[in-house]
Design a protein around this ligand. Structure first.
Ligand SMILES: Nc1ncnc2c1ncn2[C@@H]1O[C@H](COP(=O)(O)OP(=O)(O)OP(=O)(O)O)[C@@H](O)[C@H]1O
Length: 253
């Protein structure tokens, strides 16, 4: 499913946080949102998720204006993994992943076979199958992050929006999670800080600075020494790795 934003802006208390952003995530592709702290990545993701309404502009899911869809339909079609997901109850891991199935059930319906299978599949894909009966509150930060991704995958969404999905993960799980998202049949937009991971896993990169798009295109087009210097104020060497051929950013301290 195509996800597009057409010149969306969002202000809070007269401060323009997202400023005329247009992006397109093609069906099945993975778009990386890059940019310094406070550049508007999370705010844009919330607009794309329909959690906030843009002050101007429109977000479309396929041909549908997100603003015209009911909350339940958005929840069936768009999965969101935010940076921090607090719970005020004391659920088991299974309960948290099961939340992803709510948009697909009538309120009076018990958990069915399809739900159980979706929960099991999502838990297996994120490596938390052996944690289903553990209290969520007792998980490590990285395990919680994987459970939140499992919840969003169990939702079986057309579009997956992820806010720094790798920030608590060790290197193995960073690679696993991004591979999982890339290989899933889902259109994904992920805010990322690691330029090497973004280059390795994203089809398209969009770079924000002060709420505006300052670069967009393939990783090779976007991740350049000039861009890193301009946007982050850091000197870096961007080159092809001599063995893997992957685009590689090396910082000059
Ligand atoms: N509800 C709000 N009220 C006031 N300011 C806000 C609100 N939401 C976001 N902002 C401000 O908007 C700017 C962009 O924030 P946002 O969280 O979107 O950036 P980000 O690129 O995701 O940052 P980070 O990389 O640090 O997570 C920040 O300066 C933030 O303080």
């Amino acid at each position: 499913m195509n996800l597009t934003a057409h010149t969306v802006s969002w202000s809070v208390r007269d401060r323009l946080i997202v400023d005329g952003v247009s992006i397109t995530a093609a069906p099945g592709s993975m778009v990386g949102l890059l940019g310094p702290n406070g550049s508007g990545k999370s705010s844009l993701l919330r607009l794309l998720a329909g959690l906030r309404a843009p002050t101007t502009g429109v977000v479309r899911l396929g041909d549908d204006d997100l603003a015209s869809l009911r909350r339940r339909e958005i929840a069936q079609r768009v999965g969101v993994v935010e940076q921090e997901s607090a719970t005020d109850t004391d659920p088991l891991v299974r309960d948290v992943i099961e939340l992803g199935r709510i948009p697909h059930r009538r309120s009076w319906q018990p958990v069915g076979e399809r739900d159980v299978e979706a929960i099991r599949r999502a838990a297996a894909a994120t490596g938390v199958l052996d944690r289903l009966e553990q209290p969520y509150a007792t998980l490590s930060g990285g395990e919680r992050q994987r459970v939140q991704i499992a919840r969003a995958l169990a939702q079986d969404p057309e579009v997956l929006l992820l806010d720094e999905p790798t920030n608590h993960l060790d290197v193995r799980h960073q690679l696993d999670v991004l591979r999982l998202v890339r290989d899933a049949e889902v259109t994904a937009v992920a805010a990322l800080h690691d330029l090497n991971l973004a280059a390795a896993y994203c089809d398209e990169i969009v770079v924000l600075a002060d709420g505006r798009v300052v670069a967009a295109g393939t990783p090779v087009q976007v991740i350049t020494e000039e861009l890193v210097a301009d946007v982050y104020g850091v000197k870096a060497f961007v080159e092809r790795h001599r063995i893997t051929g992957a685009l590689t950013v090396v910082w000059q301290p």
